[in-house]
Design a binder for this molecule. Structure first.
Ligand SMILES: [Zn+2]
Length: 311
């Protein structure tokens, strides 16, 4: 029975090797070529329509199926909501790992600098795989690498009530319900917690969840954000980098139909004092770091070009 369950879970979670956001071999657009000046070649066109144009052109380049959300973190205003996938719930994948970390930290189940080892697998009641052998990692390392084994363990330690409470706190109520529904099935619980299995979210609510995390009065945020900065600086989200401005964020990748994947990136800038949030969701042939992160970088460069000109 145990073997059968493990095999079944392996099948269900067979996207883990891709779902963990492996480092893209090549970034579609090197950050060094994406400068604010280049993005702002027509200074008179700054504003929502400019972001909409950049987003639609970028989505068209990767097949056209996706969504983009931009939020002004200072006012709470929506700067842009566009795309065919805007209201479609799909697995948010690793983009929700910051909330798993917050749940565990809040529950006292994870110490800030506690290293956890990944040997390519994770096992408690069930055995699941990671997409790599990441070795000993802190939370910051694991957010940068998107190690699944680290977050399986963190999710199991936090437990369903703490995870559901955290997802509810940031407005991901459908995901919170999926956590509660997992019951005592530990493999289902931890897989759902990192955005797979029964986990579902829509682009605007995931963007708002990040906005809540970044703007509410929560001292634990400072424990998580270094990992989101590291993801862009040296991890799976390097394609979101913008010259002259520190970007932070998290990728996510889940299997869709056929060879397609649900690619996600949710990021913000400037990392030191977040003012704008960008979520990019693409259904296409590639991981979050390959398909979604470069588009976010393009939009953030456009935003910076406009902001710089306004000063
Ligand atoms: Zn790992």
């Amino acid at each position: 029975m145990r073997v059968t369950k493990t095999v079944l879970l392996s099948l269900l979670l067979c996207g883990c090797h891709r779902g963990g956001d492996p480092q893209p071999a090549t970034a579609p657009q090197p950050a060094s070529t994406r400068t604010p000046d280049a993005a702002d070649s027509t200074p008179s066109s700054c504003g929502p329509q400019r972001y909409a144009d950049v987003a639609s052109q970028a989505l068209a380049r990767v097949g056209g199926t996706g969504a983009v959300v931009m939020l002004d973190l200072e006012t709470g205003d929506t700067l842009l909501e566009t795309g065919t996938q805007l209201t479609t719930p799909t697995p948010p994948a690793s983009s929700v790992k910051p909330f798993v970390a917050l749940a565990a930290l809040r529950a006292g189940a994870l110490a800030q600098d506690e290293p956890l080892a990944c040997d390519g697998t994770w096992s408690r009641d069930a055995k699941l795989t990671c997409f790599d052998e990441h070795g000993a990692q802190t939370l910051t390392d694991a957010l940068a690498s998107s190690c699944n084994a680290f977050f399986y363990e963190v999710a199991a330690r936090a437990g369903a009530p703490a995870l559901a409470a955290e997802f509810t706190r940031v407005g991901l109520t459908e995901l919170a319900s999926a956590i509660t529904s997992a019951g005592d099935d530990q493999a289902r619980l931890v897989a759902t917690a990192i955005g797979h299995h029964d986990a579902r979210a829509r682009p605007p609510e995931l963007a708002r969840a990040y906005a809540t995390m970044l703007t509410d009065d929560d001292p634990l945020r400072a424990v998580v954000t270094p990992g989101l900065e590291a993801a862009v600086a040296r991890g799976t989200a390097q394609a979101a980098a913008v010259d002259g401005m520190k970007v932070a964020g998290k990728t996510g990748t889940a299997e869709a139909e056929g060879d397609e994947m649900y690619a996600w990136f949710v990021g913000y800038a400037p990392a030191e004092e977040p003012r704008v949030l960008v979520l990019v969701h693409v259904v296409g042939d590639g991981a979050g770091g390959q398909l979604a992160a470069p588009i976010a970088g393009e939009l953030l460069a456009t935003w910076r070009g406009c902001e710089t000109r306004d000063v």
